[in-house]
Design a protein around this ligand. Structure first.
Ligand SMILES: [Zn+2]
Length: 121
């Protein structure tokens, strides 16, 4: 019996390359795209020239880096991101609809339960 095609891939059916890329995303990338990154503070330093605190945050799942710049009053001046290779769709391929990502992630969890997934009962 054929496995039904996840709705996410039907949504992306107009772009087979994009659908194929989305389907091949590692679990960590898919989880971060679905739930957002799982940041932890890896380092903080004070840039005396800019008079800004630079907080290096790293994602526990996908290893993305974020540098948050805050002023001396704690106000956020900006963020810079460095994403791991393969996190974003290749240039020119377009973008994946977020509902498609959510559905693809849900289907992957249902089809292949992983450790860490809460057991029923
Ligand atoms: Zn992440």
């Amino acid at each position: 019996m054929a496995t039904p095609k996840p709705r996410a891939l039907r949504i992306l059916g107009d772009s087979p390359e994009l659908a194929s890329w989305a389907e091949s995303l590692p679990d960590a990338f898919l989880d971060c795209r679905n739930f957002g990154h799982a940041w932890y503070s890896a380092d903080v330093r004070f840039d005396s020239e800019q008079r800004l605190y630079l907080t290096l945050l790293r994602c526990r799942r996908c290893t993305a880096d974020r540098t948050r710049r805050t002023n001396e009053f704690g106000g956020i001046e900006g963020n810079a991101y460095s994403l791991p290779d393969g996190y974003l769709a290749p240039s020119g391929m377009g973008t994946v609809d977020r509902s498609a990502i959510r559905h693809l992630a849900d289907m992957r969890h249902i089809m292949a339960p992983r450790k860490g997934r809460r057991a029923d009962g």
